[in-house]
Design a protein around this ligand. Structure first.
Ligand code: NAP
Ligand code: ZN
Length: 369
């Protein structure tokens, strides 16, 4: 058995964990830049808990609250310039995947000069501002991954900066911040985490530890499906989803994602479909495609979720996702030609060709072939 496992992020969980562990910020620096979206971090109490902890720890801070969903390259350059101007020496990102991914790119760009042309090339100096993350959606697992995914207009898709430098030093998981997350975002983000666990098991880079974590993440999300469908989530379910999302993040930190994410990026870029929803719409058909060559992997995923057949998962996903968006054959053809070029296609054990992606999109949206 030959594999490597690396997870440098210190994960701290539990109610009020930020204030209880305020001294952990001291090891990161003396002036923080807090990176958030426009509203939610202020509304759910997470930003206040962070700023109070910083005051108690005698640490200065500035706030950059301009991160939009699916952050742009311009946004992270603006954030990095603001961090430099303020003299921030570490970053605290609070929010869903968007502020967390933006926080990573800001921390990198504030520490070194990288041109837009070189941003996704993977060649960086060994310098980055240290980071602490507070996830407030339960989906992306960005708090424990080495990826920052940005909207890339030149490539007309979303592209990731991937380097171990992007692992945050600290992640605080407090389920209370997700309490008022609307049901649609809760479902979409839970499906994103599920997709990470499933794609992680399918990936050719899966290893024995990532499989253990993926199965547990998938099992925990499966346990929440009934409450998600009924919109009857308790605080305990919310905590469970946040935990499962973190586990699935550790999984993709090792395995990467697969064609589901590559294909989903076009749905987000061109049709403004939420990231997790985009994955959920494509997941079952991609699993059917993979089952033709690797039925064993698909069977163990289905078993981990507590199902007997893939069709049961497909039915639950359809119920959770509701009516699907309209899509044309021309759109499918364009998206497939973009997705086939993505790096994570190489992680698929049954490597799809462009015509296979066309089929997966077509079947996923119920278009007649
Ligand atoms: P998001 O874009 O971060 O947030 C979606 C919406 O939810 C925003 O309007 C946000 O409001 C709101 N929100 C966040 N937390 C909330 C809370 N606790 N209560 C109420 N509203 C809340 O969505 P996301 O699905 O978490 O992240 C998606 C992004 O993550 C995509 O860009 C995707 O590509 C990326 N991603 C990254 C990784 C990785 O490994 N790095 C993995 C998967 C996905 P505000 O804007 O006001 O905060
Ligand atoms: Zn994802």
């Amino acid at each position: 058995m030959e594999f490597q496992f690396y997870m440098p992020t210190r994960v701290i969980t539990g109610e009020d964990c930020i204030r209880k562990n305020k001294d952990a910020f001291r090891a990161l620096g003396t002036k923080a830049m807090i990176v958030t979206g426009a509203r939610s971090a202020k509304a759910n109490g997470s930003e206040k808990d962070v700023t109070e902890a910083l005051k108690l720890a005698d640490i200065e801070y500035v706030v950059f609250d301009k991160v939009m969903s699916n952050p742009t390259i311009a946004c992270v350059y603006e954030g990095a310039a603001a961090a430099r101007k303020a003299g921030a020496d570490f970053v605290i990102a609070i929010g869903g995947g968007s502020p967390m991914d933006a926080g990573k790119a800001i921390a990198l760009l504030a520490a070194q000069d990288i041109s837009e042309d070189d941003l996704f090339k993977g060649q960086y100096e060994n310098k980055i501002l240290p980071m602490a993350f507070v996830p407030t959606t339960a989906g992306t697992g960005s708090e424990v991954t080495p990826y920052s995914i940005l909207t890339n207009d030149k490539a007309q898709t979303k592209t990731s900066i991937a380097t171990p430098l992007l692992f945050p030093a600290l992640a605080f998981l407090d389920g209370r911040y997700t309490k008022d997350l609307g049901i649609t975002t809760t479902i979409n983000t839970a499906i994103d985490a599920l997709s990470h666990g499933i794609e992680g098991m399918i990936s050719v880079k899966a290893n024995p530890v990532s499989d253990v974590l993926a199965k547990e993440s998938i099992r925990q999300i499966g346990e929440c499906f009934k409450a998600l469908k009924e919109g009857s989530l308790t605080a305990a379910h919310r905590e469970q989803l946040l935990y499962a999302s973190m586990l699935a993040g550790v999984v993709i930190a090792h395995t990467g994602t697969t064609a589901v994410h590559s294909m989903g990026y076009s749905l987000t870029y061109f049709k403004d479909i939420d990231h997790g929803r985009a994955n959920g719409l494509l997941l079952a058909e991609f699993m059917k495609f993979t089952a033709a060559g690797r039925p064993d992997v698909i069977e163990s995923i289905i078993t981990a979720m507590g199902y007997k057949k893939l069709e049961e998962l497909e039915k639950d996903l359809e119920e959770l996702l509701g009516a699907k968006e309209a899509i044309t054959a021309e759109e499918i053809s364009k998206y497939s030609s973009i997705a086939i070029k993505a790096k994570n296609i190489g992680n698929c054990p049954v490597v799809p060709e462009e015509k296979d992606l066309i089929k997966i999109y077509t079947e996923s949206f119920g278009l007649s072939v």
